[in-house]
Write a protein that binds this ligand. Sequence first.
Ligand code: AMP
Length: 424
Amino acid sequence: MIFKELGIIEPILKALSAEGYTQPTPIQEKSIPILMRRKDLIGCAQTGTGKTAAFAIPILQHLYLDPERNKGQRKIKALIVTPTRELAIQISESFTTYGKFTGIKNTVIFGGVKQGGQTDALRRGVDVLVATPGRLLDLMNQGFITLKDVEYFVLDEADHMLDMGFIHDIRKIIEKLPVKRQSLFFSATMPGEIIDLSRKIVGNAEKVTIAPEQTTAEKVEQSVYFVSKSGKPKLLVYLLQMKPAESTLVFSRTKHGADKIVKFLAKAGIPANAIHGNKSQNIRQKALGEFKSGQTTILVATDIAARGIDVEELSYVINYDLPNIPETYIHRIGRTGRASASGIAMSFCDTEERPYLRDIQKLIDQKIPIVAEHPFVDDGTEVITKAPPRPQRPRSQARSATSGAKTGANGKKAWSNAYSRGRR
Ligand code: AMP
């Protein structure tokens, strides 16, 4: 399948070709025809599948073909609401890229910065507005934005909107939208709460599901390093010194942890930047800019700050901490191995994180290969000192890698043996 077969107009085809895109990704192939027919859509897909273009292309096309276009002052005809500033910026950049030969104007608004630049852009007039919920409501309340002309509404990353507590904001935004509109609803996961929310937004929608297994987890070369908590800094330094200076995103579960990582890397002579919610928006943007341009090759991020990071050819993702929510693991490794390229993801796992590893493996339905040979393999001593007492298990299970129960001097061997024999 090529883009032309999807009925895409010439100015957009030209932009796609300039980006080097030849074939639509699965979500684009499935969603674009539905959206071209102006149907509502529920897309169950995560970032990294090409979902931005899947919704941006049809919206740009509808706007371009709108007979009202070029008549009078521009009105906000399309609204995209997304949870984070990084994601919002990235979506806006995608509209600019795919729409560069259409004359359609977009702008992006998000909180944490002064509003002057954003309100100036709004005053000049835009066709497409990309926004985070808080700033959108704020500028609506101040009278800078009206949603009365919106014909296309996209709610992006609905599950993260809920996680981040935006549900009330979303409800308020929906109330202000015209009833007659095309609505698109995207979420990586579809628990009951999300399905309820989708019912409030979309009408008689078609559903497109792109299973994570088909995308990230299969494409990315993954490995896990068993290491004690105290061995993690040494292992990180060791790996970063060993591998070529290519872009590497290191995930930390906490903001404080991210800062600590940057500090010990600096001590080891490895420059790195951190982005997380405690850093000002300007510093985050600067760190991201330096990383994107290749000026710095190592970025340490928390999950929220990293959402929407889209760096071409991101070579490595290192999970310094394993996430306790298995879906987060997929989001993280999805930073590498984007739509076409394959990537490498390495995860550190201490004894307390072994249950997380088990949950992740269950979700991706894969066993992540273990790197048994590295200088900081966990010898299991932390299990003795830190792990809470565990119920007695049969001997065969007690040696299994995710139970974390085997201890002692040759615990190292037991872990790797257990895995190489293919047990969980
Ligand atoms: P998204 O899921 O929208 O964040 O997109 C993931 C990445 O895939 C982005 O870097 C896009 O630029 C890229 N991309 C989107 N569509 C295509 C395509 N058809 N071919 C190649 N790359 C694409």
